[in-house]
Write a protein that binds this ligand. Structure first.
Ligand code: ATP
Length: 258
C-alpha cells in the first residue's frame, strides 16, 4: 500500500444540538482520486472545511501527511490546493493580478507565477483575458481561474468542490485529463460533486456519506458488484431514496394550483 496522505479517525462534529458528522473513518493514499459524494446536508463540505482548518471544534483524530492537524502547525496547508464550491474572487483585479497575488501568498517568485499563470490560462483557453478584469469574466472563465489558482503552488493534496460548475463540455474533457495526469504524478485528489456520471468515471475510489456516516467505500467496480447499476442508482439505493416520481408528480400538481 502506498503512502497514507490523509487519515481520519472517528470524526464527529456538532452544530449546536445537531450532530452533523457521526464518527467518520477514512484513510486516503497517495495517487487516489476520491469521489466524495452524498445527499445535500450529509456533511461533505463540513468534512472538507475541518480538513482545511476552516472549521474547528470537532472530536476525533485527523492526520494529513502523517501529522495531526490539531497540533497548531499549519505548514501542511502549503501542500494543499482547494477549489471551493462558491468563492468570492476579487472582481476588480485582472486574472494576472489575482493569480500573481495568490502565487506570492504561497511564497512563489513573481516571474515564475506570472509565467505559470499565463501558460495555464492559455492552456485552459482563457489566455486572452489575462489582463482583463475578473468582473467581466463568464462563469466558466471564473471557474477556470479558481482551478488554476488552486494548482499554482503544485500541491500534493487537492480538495475540489463541484469544480466543473460552469465548464463547457470541451473544458470538462481537458479537466478530466488534468485530474488523471495529476493522480498519475502521485497527487491525491478529494473530489466532491453531485454529478454522478463524472464521479463514476474519474474516481479511483468512491466514498458515500449519508447523514454524517460513510455508507459505502470502494472503487466503482466494487460498489457495482455489491449493488449493481449506475452510480446514480447505487446512490439512490444506499440513501434509501425511491420516491422521485411521486415527488415530481406532486410538485407539478401543486404548481398547477392557481
Ligand atoms: N455553520 C453552520 N452552522 C450550523 N449548521 C451548519 C453549518 N454548516 C453546515 N451546517 C449544517 O450541517 C449539515 C451538513 O452541511 P454540509 O454543508 O456539510 O453538507 P453537504 O454534504 O456539503 O451538503 P451539499 O451537498 O448540500 O453541499 C447541514 O444540516 C447544514 O445545515
Amino acid at each position: 500500500m502506498s503512502e497514507e496522505v490523509l487519515s481520519i479517525r472517528n470524526l464527529r462534529k456538532n452544530f449546536g444540538e445537531k450532530e452533523v458528522l457521526k464518527g467518520v473513518d477514512l484513510h486516503v493514499y497517495r495517487g487516489q482520486i476520491i469521489g466524495y459524494i452524498g445527499p445535500n446536508g450529509a456533511g461533505k463540505s463540513t468534512t472538507v472545511k475541518i480538513l482545511l482548518g476552516l472549521e474547528g471544534d470537532y472530536s476525533g483524530e485527523i492526520k494529513i501527511f502523517g501529522r495531526d492537524i490539531s497540533n497548531g502547525d499549519i505548514s501542511y496547508k502549503k501542500k494543499i490546493g482547494y477549489v471551493p464550491e462558491m468563492a468570492d474572487v476579487y472582481d476588480n483585479l485582472t486574472g494576472y493580478e489575482y493569480l500573481t497575488f495568490v502565487g506570492e501568498l504561497y511564497g512563489l517568485n513573481h516571474d515564475l507565477v506570472e509565467y505559470k499563470a499565463k501558460g495555464l490560462m492559455d492552456l485552459f483557453g482563457i489566455g486572452e483575458v489575462f489582463h482583463t478584469r475578473i468582473a467581466s469574466y463568464s462563469k466558466g472563465m471564473r471557474q477556470k481561474l479558481l482551478i488554476i489558482s488552486s494548482l499554482l503552488h503544485n500541491p500534493e493534496l487537492l480538495f475540489l468542490d463541484e469544480p466543473i460548475n460552469g465548464l463547457d463540455a470541451n473544458s470538462v474533457m481537458v479537466f478530466k485529463e488534468i485530474l488523471a495526469e495529476l493522480a498519475a504524478q502521485g497527487k491525491t485528489i478529494f473530489y466532491s460533486s453531485h454529478i454522478m456520471d463524472v464521479v463514476e468515471k474519474i474516481s479511483s475510489r468512491i466514498v458515500l456519506l449519508n447523514d454524517g456516516q460513510i455508507v459505502a467505500d470502494g472503487s466503482f467496480a466494487e460498489l457495482q458488484k455489491k449493488q449493481g447499476g449506475t452510480l446514480e442508482e447505487i446512490f439512490n439505493q444506499l440513501t434509501g431514496f425511491h420516491n422521485h416520481e411521486e415527488i415530481g408528480r406532486r410538485f407539478v400538481s401543486l404548481v398547477q394550483e392557481v
